[in-house]
Design a protein around this ligand. Structure first.
Ligand code: IMP
Ligand code: MG
Length: 202
């Protein structure tokens, strides 16, 4: 199997996930939080993230979304059948997803969860591709791990055709970046490690 070019190293992912978790821990410390991981993409991120939300009573309610068929966006499917309203209505809720791409998935999810009247609703995404944002689907995430350019990426929960979610790093799929471009992307990602993951503070 040929390995793709990495753009986010394992250590950088861990450092950033910990920083996001610490912010969430601080925001909800001593209280309760219903975490809604959006499967399957949020599988790894949400698991690692929750380790750092140590001072909060966390309850997990799984959501399922699928929109990509290989690299081509397909119809959006959002399934909240496993989310128990009792753990959303009047509660502090955090939706966790791997990536905010066009924003269509999160717009739909946040709308549906918001209509269950949570006491507060926040959104954490590991990655955000601003360039692909759909203006008809406004979503403002509260916590962002890394902003990345418009590339198809794989690993740490993100898949291509159901594969490679278990990779410990994030790599580019389906294209080869020239050295200069790769260096620039990687240095921009590294620079973000020094910035707050809380978008309200950024
Ligand atoms: P959105 O609805 O366009 O924001 O798409 C969000 C979903 O598409 C994410 O939760 C991912 O599952 C998937 N997705 C978007 N970009 C990528 C990518 O670069 N690699 C793998 N999956 C992606
Ligand atoms: Mg997803």
């Amino acid at each position: 199997m040929t390995r793709p070019q990495w753009i986010i190293k394992k250590d950088w992912l861990h450092e950033r996930v910990r920083a996001v978790g610490r912010c969430i821990n601080e925001a909800h410390g001593g209280g309760e939080l219903t975490v809604v991981p959006v499967l399957t993409g949020a599988l790894i991120f949400s698991g690692d993230l929750m380790h750092w939300i140590e001072d909060v009573s966390v309850r997990v309610q799984l959501a399922q979304a699928a929109s990509y068929e290989r690299e081509v966006p397909g119809d959006l499917k959002v399934d909240l059948s496993q989310v128990d309203r009792r753990h959303v209505t009047g509660k502090n809720v955090l939706i966790v997803d791997d990536i905010l791409d066009t924003g269509r998935t999160m717009h739909e999810l946040a709308g549906r969860i918001g209509s269950m009247n949570p006491a507060s609703l926040r959104i954490a995404v590991l990655l955000r591709k601003r360039a692909r944002h759909d203006p008809d689907c406004p979503v403002e995430p509260d916590y962002v791990g890394f902003e990345i350019p418009d590339l198809f990426v794989v690993g740490y929960g993100l898949d291509v055709d159901g594969l490679h979610r278990h990779w410990s790093y994030i790599g580019v799929w389906g294209q080869h970046l020239e050295r200069n471009e790769h260096e620039q992307i990687v240095s921009d990602i590294q620079r973000q490690l020094g910035q707050p993951p809380q978008t309200a503070l950024a």
